[in-house]
Design a binder for this molecule. Structure first.
Ligand code: ZN
Ligand code: ZN
Length: 333
């Protein structure tokens, strides 16, 4: 597995999700939300290495830990400082950036880009430490549908959910991996060597390969030797109300997703409260996991109203519908 994840924060407190995408050559870190105290589980080096911060929405319990992140990274040069979120993320983050005194900033450098994700476009703003983050530089408005980020290794899709304000759900997908079938390689009498790397690299630009003094057509060789392994997938869903239409469209979008990390603010008995507050119950989350045929369901973002016994009951309600449901391991419930 090359996407691994770590749920941050405790039950009944603020939470966040850190995903690590390991390409073999390096690890990229994607943080989803940044509630109060959530970063305390991470080392300083790991915080400095976070590549992207994705907000579901900007309620206090998802943003309260941002100052801790910004304290460590406000003047970071590498990796680039990147934040994504629903409409108004730029406006609210601009206030956060400016919520400190800067007086030696003219000599300092640090660039931040914040993107508001709309259903049909993205609006990015750039902010500079050297300007004490005063000026909002508009950069681009690109229409990309639900795909908000694509790298060589993975994609991130975002989709708006109804929290009486847009709350973005995210789907992180690793791109398929290509591996050489050793049995086929042996059957063709091909020796191992550096040519395997060129074979697996779709961007190599080569049309032929020379192996042990013989020339091979690269396309034909790829078809003969490579086997596709589907990439890992991880979804992050929080703070929204479930109705039939939402469940059906999410089930389609998340079909077969390996791991879904999903809020479960309320027990089924409190479903009226859940609907009133635009949140899910454990059974809502489990029903979605069942219909989407996902691999595993991880419940988080529980209301602080529940005792330990009630949390156990909440989990059992979900497991009755979707057996492979659990809480993050470190919660020890
Ligand atoms: Zn909220
Ligand atoms: Zn929340």
């Amino acid at each position: 597995m090359t996407i691994s994840w770590q749920l941050l924060g405790d039950p009944g407190r603020d939470n966040a999700l850190l995903a690590r995408v390991d390409s073999g050559q390096g690890v990229e870190r994607l943080l989803f939300d940044c509630g109060e105290g959530c970063l305390s589980a991470l080392s300083h080096a790991e915080i400095l290495a976070i590549n992207h911060l994705f907000f579901s929405h900007l309620h206090m319990d998802h943003l309260g830990g941002f100052d801790s992140l910004f304290r460590r990274t406000y003047n970071r040069l590498s990796p680039p400082n990147r934040i994504w979120g629903p409409p108004e993320t730029t406006r609210i983050l601009h206030h956060r950036f400016q919520g400190f005194l800067y007086n030696l900033h003219h000599r300092q450098t640090g660039t931040w880009r914040v993107t508001d994700i709309f259903p049909d476009c993205q609006k990015t703003a750039r902010f500079e430490l050297s300007e004490a983050f005063e000026i909002l530089h508009e950069e681009e408005t690109a229409a990309k549908g639900s795909l908000v980020l694509e790298t060589e290794r993975y994609t991130v899709e975002a989709f708006a959910l109804d929290h009486n304000t847009p709350s973005l759900g995210y789907l992180l997908r690793e791109k398929p991996r290509w591996n050489v079938d050793p049995a086929r390689m042996q059957a063709m009498g091909l020796p191992p060597g550096a040519w395997v790397k060129a074979l697996k690299d779709p961007l190599s630009g080569q049309t032929e390969l020379e192996i042990a003094g013989r020339r091979y057509d690269l396309t034909a060789l790829r078809e003969a030797l490579l086997i596709e392994t589907p990439g890992d997938s991880l979804a992050y869903l929080t703070d929204f109300r479930m109705d039939t239409q939402t469940r059906e469209s999410l089930a389609e979008r998340l079909k077969g997703c390996q791991t879904v990390v999903c809020e479960s603010q309320y027990r089924h008995a409190d479903r009226e409260l859940a609907a009133k507050n635009y949140h899910l119950t454990a059974t809502d989350a489990a029903q979605l996991a069942l219909e989407a045929e996902v691999g595993a369901l991880i419940l988080f973002h529980l209301s602080d109203r529940y005792t330990r016994a009630e949390r156990q009951e909440l989990l059992r309600e979900a497991q009755a519908i979707f057996p492979n449901t659990r809480f993050p391991d470190h919660w020890q419930i």
